[in-house]
Ligand binder design. Structure first.
Ligand SMILES: Nc1ncnc2c1ncn2[C@@H]1O[C@H](COP(=O)(O)OP(=O)(O)OP(=O)(O)O)[C@@H](O)[C@H]1O
Ligand SMILES: [Mg+2]
Length: 383
């Protein structure tokens, strides 16, 4: 028997199908959104200016997957009809500076033109792009995924107004911005927003049934036949639906459960594996968030959880934090600093705070930990 036969996987088949990069052939419950995005690009096939638009929606609701799917379909039509349309997909989390994005677009439109990676002023990159677009003369579709991560959103304005501002006299540029930050719009300036003509689509979360369908489709490819217990997929779907209908979360949970089954040397995935995967991924998240906190913030967190899941308030936390400092012979920080730490812990999701009105005492803040003392101690004991 060869070494590779021994470690042959009893659980997974094409595991890649469970990963976030995988573009599925079959999109569940997004017919309307597919049509909406297609309608944004459709004019380009007739040589007309496509629209500018924004897609919003929480994480894992299919914004990237649906956009990529529509772009692939568009590509096929473009080839069939032999029209001059090119599209550049940019993930702004990976490429977030204006110059890098401009270079990327130049490369997509005219791969034969050499554009230096550094050493030019931003305006020179714009000039290069305008030149390239003018000689291309066709339609450039620019998708800016995770647009809220843009270092400078001036690029939205400059690209969306290129023709109007006579930077280009041939062809058109159209922009599709994507963001999971629903407040992003409020940060974009009014002039830019108006060139998007208020065309925006908000992707709703998936419900448990849709998540089930998504998981079933992927499980057929990702897992070996018959290894998943009946309750596994409905449970993953239900847990992800509770979270906010996040398909990525559902898929990761299923993959994690499979991994645990492999670890145990088992030949099938059970409901228990899913529960354990959920527990562990929660723990991973807490570990990640907790590990990177500065020392005093760790102590504040420890002070909050010391009453184990009980509601507390800033005063009590501050007293208990001072005790912890004393024991470690550390000088305690001011109450204002501690109060800021509490707000940050809330943002990280480690605790939940709520403002309550207490009559003549004014407003106070109640604090409830989202993690148990044991978990925090387990993480911090490594320090
Ligand atoms: N309708 C769907 N049918 C099948 N798979 C889907 C569907 N929607 C999302 N998925 C899958 O769920 C995962 C997350 O989707 P996607 O990356 O598109 O989310 P997103 O909205 O872009 O999230 P984020 O804001 O975090 O970038 C991917 O693996 C994707 O293939
Ligand atoms: Mg995305």
């Amino acid at each position: 028997m060869s070494l590779f036969e021994i470690i042959e996987d009893k659980i997974f088949d094409k595991r890649i199908a469970l990963s976030p990069e995988y573009v599925p052939d079959n999109l569940i419950g997004r017919e309307k959104q597919v049509k909406q995005i297609a309608s944004v690009f459709a004019p380009s096939l007739k040589g007309d200016k496509p629209h500018n638009a924004f897609i919003y929606g929480k994480t894992g609701v299919g914004k990237t997957a649906i956009t990529k799917y529509v772009l692939l379909e568009l590509d096929q039509e473009v080839k069939k009809n032999q029209v001059a349309v090119k599209s550049a997909f940019v993930n702004c989390k990976q490429i977030n500076t204006t110059t890098k994005i401009l270079k990327r677009i130049c490369n997509v439109i005219a791969p034969e033109v050499e554009v230096p990676g550094t050493g030019l002023a931003t305006s020179e990159y714009y000039d290069k792009l305008w030149k390239i677009l003018n000689s291309f003369g066709g339609i450039a579709i620019v998708v800016l995924d995770e647009a809220d991560k843009l270092e400078d959103d001036g690029i939205l304005y400059n690209l969306s107004r290129a023709r109007e501002n006579l930077d280009i006299t041939e062809g058109y540029v159209s922009i599709l911005g994507i963001s999971n930050d629903l407040t992003y719009k409020e940060r974009i300036d009014a002039r830019t927003l108006s060139s998007f003509g208020n065309k925006e689509f908000v992707f709703p979360p998936y419900d448990a049934l849709q998540l089930r369908e998504i998981l079933e489709d992927r499980a057929v490819i990702g897992f070996r036949e018959g290894v998943i217990d009946d309750e596994v997929i409905p449970l993953c779907a239900a847990l992800a639906a509770q979270e906010h209908g996040d398909a990525r979360k559902a898929l990761t949970l299923l993959e994690y459960a499979g991994e645990l089954a492999v670890e145990k040397g088992s030949d099938h995935v059970t409901e228990k594996d899913v529960r354990e995967a959920q527990e562990r991924s929660e723990m991973d998240r807490i570990v990640e968030a907790t590990k990177t906190l500065p020392l005093h913030q760790k102590l504040v967190l420890l002070a909050i959880v010391s009453e184990n899941m009980k509601e507390t308030d800033t005063n009590a936390v501050y007293m208990s934090y001072k005790d912890l400092c004393e024991k470690r012979e550390l000088k305690a920080l001011t109450k204002v600093r501690v109060s800021n730490f509490i707000s940050e812990l809330d943002m990280l999701g480690l605790i939940t705070t709520r403002k309550v009105y207490r009559g003549r005492y004014g407003h106070t803040r109640t604090i409830v930990p989202n993690v148990t003392k044991a978990k925090v101690q387990a993480v911090l004991s490594e320090d």
